[in-house]
Design a binder for this molecule. Sequence first.
Ligand code: PMP
Length: 431
Amino acid sequence: TTHAPLADLTDDELTRFLQDRQAAYDRLRGEGLKLDLTRGKPAPEQLDLSDALLGLPTSTKDRAGTDVRNYGGLEGLPQLREIFAELLGTSPSQVIVGGNSSLSMMQTTIVNFLLHGGVDSPRRWVEEEKVRFICPVPGYDRHFSLVASFGIELVTVDMHADGPDMAAVEALVKDDPTIRGIWIVPTYSNPTGAVVSQEIAARLAAMPTAAPDFTIFWDNAYAFHHLTEDEAKSADILSLTAASGHPNRAIVFASTSKITYAGSGVAVLATSEANIAWYLKHLSMASIGPDKVNQLRHAEFFGSAQGVRDHMAKHREILAPKFAAVDAALTDELAGRGVAEWSHPTGGYFVNLDVLDGTASRVVQLAKEAGIALTPAGASFPHGQDPRDRNIRLAPSFPGLDEVRTAMAGVATCVALAAAEKVAADRDLRV
Ligand code: PMP
């Protein structure tokens, strides 16, 4: 079904449409829903897929005979470094396996740049008058707040379907040494589902930067999280940076938070050997070794890199119908009306919904009053400020399929109502 564009309706038609949507919304409120599409958490059935972990490990020794119950092995279990090296297309010597959170590895990395300086830093970042980061938007809110919490300033560029607006990025880094880093979610980005193309990855790796320690924070959180058979292949940023003469420019992060248990997985950092040595040197001040028991049970659970890929197919079976339900609900109510555009991600955890400019906060408020919790409007922008007030991140993974259907039909009603209100107000219609 395709509807007529709202802008093409006569004043009478628009008035009727607005009244009709208002009535639909009143019915929705009457249903007393209590649904939540706010965060990209795995559903309980997805967590169940990994419950074999609770009976592992069967051994107390790793392949080299190291007792995993004891101290040591700061860089992570050899088996697991090998599995992730294969998955990320690098070598085990360039991989560290850590604790349960890649976000904390990112924070530790930033703190090390601030307080110690990086391998290529002329001085510690705290000694710089100003440090700024490029934030492709819409993007991941926690990336932005993490660096902002240290006083690092955020500079936005647009995120396109194939990566950040590279003309803008190249112009920023070329002459301005205060620009020290960029956040990139290269595969099935949060929230748009964009996949950074080979060409853009190569430009990021090769571009001249005024700061010698400019760093790409390549957060590949959704590298293996396909929703279709059309599986995106992540660009090999470590080889590209090395080949461009900037071996230390990229640091890759990933984790099993959305592979095994979100709260009890393992996180990974991959980068040049010089950066690995730098990271481990500082980490050795904080830890004598990681939770190798958890690492070993993950190594036993997966068995191999292929084991990870096979496991992800089971997640896809649970998730793909939820994403289809989001698309169906939005299409039903909004296709053709010219008041909303949304992404059709082939992987990851989110659908990016752009509504009529100036109506996103209204949609989120309407949904809230109808018992449907959405991520706050603007959450995908630095400091929560979406200059066009149009962006909403939808996270359909956690609720059950029926709940996703109900919630999304409600969201679509709210989008149509907010748009009709706005168009009517712009025409000075008194309704
Ligand atoms: N990076 C991105 C892009 C994410 O979306 C998330 C989780 N929502 C994380 C990192 C968090 O990863 P972890 O659980 O490994 O800290």
